[in-house]
Write a protein that binds this ligand. Structure first.
Ligand code: F3S
Length: 101
């Protein structure tokens, strides 16, 4: 199994998760990041690193978030690896407040 990035990452893209991943399995576009399920070793180090709780173990994934499993697999396969922290999106602070974190 693996871990997945879910909707809370959208409009945030804090990238704290990347700095905690020992296998560089995060891939990204301009809006958000995705986890490569083939590279993820299920260490869970990224879960607590995300300030908006966007990352879940697929074993604990709420049913309504299950589409994110396929989205992470397909998008990570076509996007470049994000290896280092980057500046959050300009909308990140507002989105974080909106999410209640
Ligand atoms: Fe997204 Fe959270 Fe990482 S907002 S980029 S999953 S730290």
């Amino acid at each position: 199994m693996a871990h997945v990035v879910t909707d809370n990452c959208s409009r945030c893209r804090f990238t704290d998760c990347v700095a905690h991943c020992p296998v560089s399995c995060f891939h990204g576009d301009d809006e958000r990041l995705y986890i490569d399920p083939e590279g993820c070793i299920d260490c869970g180090a990224c879960i607590d690193a995300c300030p908006v709780h966007a990352i879940h173990d697929v074993l604990d994934l709420p049913e309504e978030m299950e589409p994110w499993i396929a989205i992470n697999a397909s998008r990570s396969a076509e996007l470049p690896v994000v290896r280092a922290r980057q500046a959050p999106l300009p909308t990140a602070a507002a989105r974080r407040a909106e999410l209640g974190f």
